[in-house]
Ligand binder design. Structure first.
Ligand SMILES: Nc1nc2c(ncn2[C@@H]2O[C@H](COP(=O)(O)OP(=O)(O)OP(=O)(O)O)[C@@H](O)[C@H]2O)c(=O)[nH]1
Ligand SMILES: [Mg+2]
Length: 225
C-alpha cells in the first residue's frame, strides 16, 4: 500500500497518484488529507486514491495511514509526498530493497548530490543526519526523507505506536534501536512542484530542536517492547 500525506496539494496530488498507480498497478494508494483549502481530496479521489482524513500534522497523517494499512493486512507500505517531490518510479527499487531490509529510505544525498535545496536546509539536514548517525552507529545521509518503504513488522509497530508531533530522524533512530535493518537507496528527487512547504513556517526552528531532542530520547530511553 502507498500512503501520501497531503494538505493543499490539489494541483499536484492527482498526477502523483496517477503515476504511483501506473508504476504499481493494483496497489491501493491512500491519500491522508487534512486542513486543505483547496480540492486536494477531490483530486486524489478522482485519480483513484482512497482518501482518509486525519488531525493536523504530517506525523498524524502518517499514523492514520499506517493504522489503515495494518488493519488491511498490507504486506508492505510505502510513504511519499504528494507535492511531486518523490518520483513514484523509484518505488519498485525501494520495494526490492526490502528483501534485505525492514525499513528502506529514499535518500536525496546518497550518490545524488544535485538535489536543489536552500543552503540553510542543506545544513540542517546534514546536522540531523550526523546526529542520528552518531546515535545509531550507522551512517545515514537523509533522515528527513518522507520517501520510505517498510515491511510488515515495522508497519505493525508504527501502526501501534508512532510519534505524534515530529516524525523524521527520530523514527529512524527508533527503528535501528529496535533492531530493524534500515537501508538507504539513492533517489534523485525534485523540489516540490509548487504550493507551500510545511517548513516554510516559523515553527520550523522548534521542529528542528524537537527532532534533535526526540532522537536522543529514542536512543537513550528504555527499549520499547
Ligand atoms: N495530511 C496532512 N498532510 C500534510 C500536512 N503537512 C504537510 N503535509 C503533506 O506532507 C507532505 C510533506 O510535506 P512538505 O511540505 O512537502 O515537506 P517537505 O517535503 O519536508 O518539504 P519540501 O522539501 O519543501 O517539500 C506533503 O505531501 C504535504 O502536503 C498536514 O498537516 N496534514
Ligand atoms: Mg515535500
Amino acid at each position: 500500500m502507498v500512503i501520501l500525506p497531503a494538505r493543499n496539494e490539489g494541483p499536484r496530488v492527482g498526477l502523483v497518484v496517477a503515476e504511483v498507480r501506473q508504476v504499481l498497478p493494483g496497489v491501493e494508494v491512500v491519500v491522508v488529507e487534512n486542513g486543505s483549502q483547496d480540492d486536494t481530496a477531490e483530486q486524489a479521489r478522482r485519480a483513484g486514491a482512497t482518501v482518509l482524513r486525519s488531525a493536523e500534522g504530517y506525523a498524524l497523517a502518517q499514523r492514520v495511514g499506517f493504522a489503515y494499512a495494518h488493519a488491511k493486512r498490507a504486506p508492505w507500505c510505502a510513504t511519499l509526498d504528494a507535492d511531486g517531490q518523490h518520483p513514484p518510479a523509484a518505488l519498485p527499487r525501494l520495494l526490492a530493497a526490502l528483501a534485505g531490509a525492514d525499513l528502506v529510505v529514499g535518500s536525496r544525498f546518497l550518490d545524488s548530490p544535485g538535489y536543489p535545496i536552500a543552503p540553510h536546509r542543506r545544513l540542517a539536514n546534514s546536522a540531523f543526519a550526523a546526529w542520528a548517525s552518531v546515535l545509531v552507529g550507522q551512517p545515514l545521509t537523509d533522515v528527513t526523507s518522507g520517501l520510505r518503504a517498510m515491511g510488515p513488522e515495522v508497519l505493525a509497530a508504527f501502526a501501534a505506536d508512532y510519534p505524534s508531533d515530529v516524525a523524521d530522524a527520530n523514527v529512524l533512530v527508533r527503528a535501528v534501536r529496535a533492531g530493524w535493518r534500515v537501508r538507504e537507496v539513492p533517489v534523485a528527487m525534485r523540489a516540490r512542484a509548487g504550493g507551500r512547504s510545511m517548513h516554510d513556517h516559523p515553527r520550523s526552528a522548534w521542529f528542528a530542536l524537537r527532532m534533535l531532542q526526540l532522537c536522543a530520547e529514542e536512543r537513550f530511553s528504555a527499549a520499547r517492547a
